[in-house]
Design a protein around this ligand. Structure first.
Ligand code: WQD
Length: 340
């Protein structure tokens, strides 16, 4: 079976991708520094896939450590690179921490396997678009000045990968520009594990519903949108995970050359108030929410044009907002009963 290194493989998206890799006959090898994940996720994965995948605890900023990994696991067919710090607000407070970690880890990985025919999938983000001029946003839309150091690390990382390709590289590379990943695995055994107070909408919703948070604040209802609240393209994390398998498969074909990038979303926008309503209707839980001031740095509305992903990546989403909300809720109830 083709070995795939999954950096950040114990994280929210990484762990779901490990499951889909196995479902598609790959052999995932997890690398994670545990800075934003829990080693108990390995046990949770074993409950789903029947065994614990090989796991290396490694900070990818450790150049020597990565070189040793590349020697030990020399015959990988692919790398899916999730490992990065990703909290937008924190990146504004601690930019150097973000630039150091996100670039050192990427460059060490690229150096580690340089010269080897590796299929490299990069975890990028719709953040690179900022507030698009035209919606839905297509992959050839102009990349806007980043709204945060986190977003800047994604933009510059894409440029690093493109420049590497132009210089002639043994890698094939696909960047996946995620929209908003939400939800949890259908078994409710893995899901999102926010550190401390959740920054993102859906974990805040489920923590409010379970009683961990007193209420949720809608950050502004005075935007130029139908109900006044911000619009995003929410995508089920399992659909997102499957996009990584599709990217590997595309790079395994003869016709794929060099570098490409794809929007990974549903192609539909949902407002904050619509998500709250979908949560209440799909779970039967009443949410205590209030309208508050806008959050600094939020874009008003963004959702993806996913035509290219459908036609070229041969991938599209299958799970709707109700399933996203139900699975997120089942996971919240699971971890309330079974703290990791
Ligand atoms: C969604 C909407 C908030 C919390 C960020 C990153 C992006 C990606 C996903 C990493 C916004 C509103 C939120 C709350 C609210 N991260 N909201 N009350 O900001 O679109 O994207 O996370 O890759 O790169 O930028 O996601 O979930 O934080 O916010 O009203 O308590 O929900 O204002 O409109 P965002 P989010």
């Amino acid at each position: 079976m083709a070995k795939i290194l999954v950096t950040g493989g114990l994280g929210f998206i990484g762990s779901h991708t490990v499951v889909e890799l196995i479902n598609s006959g790959y052999e995932p090898i997890i690398v994670d520094d545990l800075s934003n994940s829990d080693p108990k996720i390995l046990d949770q994965l074993a409950k789903i896939i029947g065994y614990k995948p090989p796991f290396y605890k490694l900070d990818l900023c450790d150049e020597q450590g990565v070189a040793e990994l590349a020697k030990k696991e020399a015959d990988v067919a692919g790398i899916i690179h999730f490992a990065a710090f990703k909290a937008v607000g924190e990146s504004v407070q601690h930019p150097i921490k973000y630039y150091r970690n996100n670039f050192y880890s990427l460059i060490n990985m690229l150096n580690g396997y340089n010269g080897k025919p590796v299929n490299f999938v990069f975890s990028s983000s719709c953040t690179v678009y900022g507030q698009p001029d035209k919606l839905p946003v297509t992959e050839d839309a102009p990349v806007k000045p980043a709204e945060s150091p986190y977003g800047n690390t994604k933009q510059i990382a894409e440029e690093i990968l493109i420049d590497m390709q132009k210089a002639g590289s043994s890698y094939k590379v696909i960047s996946l520009r995620y929209f908003n990943p939400v939800g949890a695995h259908g078994t409710a055994l893995i899901g999102e594990l926010p550190n401390g107070v959740p920054q993102n909408l859906v974990p805040f919703i489920t923590q409010t519903a379970i009683g961990k948070r007193e209420k949720i604040t809608v950050f502004g209802d005075d935007y130029n949108t139908p109900d006044g609240s911000c619009i995003r393209d929410y995508i089920h994390v399992v659909d997102l995970a499957k996009a990584h398998v599709a990217a590997l498969k595309l790079m395994e074909t003869e016709e794929f050359k060099g570098y490409d990038m794809f929007n990974i979303g549903t192609g539909t926008g949902s407002s904050v108030l619509q998500v709250i309503k979908a949560f209440e209707q799909s779970t039967g839980e009443k949410l205590n929410y209030q309208i508050g001031p806008r959050r600094e740095g939020d874009v008003e509305q963004v959702w993806g044009d996913v035509t290219k992903s459908k036609n070229v990546l041969k991938w599209q989403t299958e799970l709707d907002l109700d399933v996203m909300m139900q699975s997120a809720w089942e996971w919240e109830k699971y971890i309330a009963q079974n703290p990791l």
